[in-house]
Write a protein that binds this ligand. Structure first.
Ligand code: PMP
Length: 443
């Protein structure tokens, strides 16, 4: 970018209060993207950066795909906006039908939102209202999991388990609790794919049932694979066991598939990968390939019917957003589903997964590496923290990778990788080689 254009934004890097970013640190070393195509971002100073994270786990089909670009352009020209309260437009219904057809079984109904956070809060509200609709109104408690991330709404941070995201925001939603997380490095470090040990951690839900009584618990929400807290792969059998415990006690199971959805595990959704069907599922991100913000909550027929056939005052769900089912987002979603299907991207991710796993695990023995985790096209590289300076080492690696032309993401001292599903083997090598080199340089 010409220097003059650079200067325009360089003069004011504090008007935009950035999310999850200390503006004044960013200002000292701004990383500014001005273009994106397929696997690469272009920086303001004209460099190509290989996208090892699909943006924020969201650009699953790669950047600037012509089919999606055209669908969005056409839709803006045809109809920019239509409300979905008491009226509708065909593409939102078509997208919902296409999504329900993608679900392995039973999740037949779709409620549209604009983000993962909104999907989570929507799912929690549907769970509470459903319990009331079926005469189980004492079930008001919502259970999350330690080290879970469910976005930043008050519901999401209340059931979420990231201390920093909760600490300064007051008492949060009343009546939530958390089961233990599934990360067990003593038994599972350096496991390829799903860890062998720890299915019994699901029994922690029985502890909360004993503590609170099942009659007070509405739902449990978990990420099938915890992403934002550092790629925690569920132990073999864990999710099935959680499902069984929920069934035993009449507790709804919600899968937060905001990152695992749309091919990340080499399947449409994690529910298919793990062969466990939740009652509600949240999605966002890959739904529109992140081109236009959109999220969705998938609900089982049982839940949907409880409202439709239920008490007169509940047949309408008193919840929704101005932009629920937004026509431009719906058009982007339809084109994205076409892109996944016609390019065979879920199958491609599945085929690439073993090569990806080889790459991740080739870093065993690299400096500072204390664990390596992978599933589908997700990778986690855990570094030993510098005493008293958690996050410093991984963040240093992030900065060095960026300088070397590879975008990675870090959470704590864990490098989290989630490339677009169109990545080539050569580009996988580039990511792994760059990280390997950088780990020799970081303190
Ligand atoms: N749930 C999960 C599992 C996520 O990973 C995220 C975002 N990383 C969210 C919810 C929140 O999504 P959004 O940022 O679109 O609100």
């Amino acid at each position: 970018m010409p220097e003059a254009a650079n200067a325009n934004f360089a003069n004011n890097l504090e008007a935009f209060w950035m999310p999850f970013t200390a503006n004044r640190q960013f200002k000292a070393n701004p990383r500014m993207f001005v273009g994106a195509k397929d696997m690469h971002y272009t920086t303001a100073d004209g460099r190509q950066i290989l996208d090892g994270t699909a943006g924020l786990w969201c650009v699953n089909a790669g950047h600037g795909r012509p089919r999606i670009v055209k669908a969005v352009q056409d839709q803006v020209a045809e109809m920019d906006y239509a409300p979905a309260f008491q009226m509708g437009h065909p593409k939102a219904f078509e997208l919902a039908a296409r999504l329900s057809a993608l679900m392995p079984q039973g999740l037949d109904h779709v409620f549209f939102t604009n983000s993962g956070s909104e999907s989570v809060d929507t799912a929690l509200k549907i769970a509470l209202a459903y319990q009331r609709a079926i005469g189980q109104g004492t079930r008001t408690r919502l259970i999350g999991r330690e080290r879970g991330y469910h976005g930043v709404g008050f519901g999401g941070i209340s059931v979420g388990g990231i201390v920093k995201n909760r600490a300064v925001f007051g008492p949060l939603l009343a009546g939530t609790d958390h089961i233990r997380h599934t990360h067990d490095p003593a038994r599972n470090a350096f496991t390829r794919d799903e860890p062998e040990h720890g299915a019994e951690l699901a029994d922690d839900l029985e502890r909360l049932v004993a503590l609170h009584d099942a009659s007070t618990i509405a739902a449990v929400i978990v990420e099938p694979v915890a992403g934002s807290t550092g790629v925690l792969i569920p132990p073999k059998g864990y999710l099935k066991r959680l499902r069984e415990i929920c069934d035993r006690h009449g507790i709804l199971l919600i899968f937060d598939e905001v990152i695992t959805g749309f091919g990340r595990l080499g399947r449409g959704f994690a529910t298919e990968y793990f062969d466990v069907v939740p009652d509600l599922m949240t999605t966002a991100k890959g739904l529109t390939n992140a081109t236009v913000p959109m999220g969705a909550v998938m609900a089982s027929k049982t839940i949907y019917d409880a409202f439709m056939d239920g008490p007169e005052n509940m047949i309408e769900l008193f919840h929704g957003y101005t932009y629920s089912g937004h026509p431009v987002a719906a058009a982007a979603g339809l084109a994205t589903l076409d892109e996944y299907k016609e390019e065979g991207l879920f199958e491609r991710a599945d085929e690439l997964a073993p090569y990806w796993a080889d790459g991740i695990h080739s870093l065993k023995g690299a400096p500072h590496v204390i664990d390596l985790r992978n599933l589908g096209l997700i990778g986690g590289i855990e570094l030993e923290s510098i005493p008293g300076k958690p996050t410093a080492r991984a963040f240093d690696a992030f900065l060095r990778c960026y300088d070397a032309g590879v975008l990675i993401r870090t959470t704590g001292d864990i490098i989290a990788l989630s490339p677009p599903l169109i990545i080539s083997k050569g580009q996988i090598d580039q990511i792994i080689d760059t990280i390997g080199t950088v780990l020799k340089e970081v303190a």
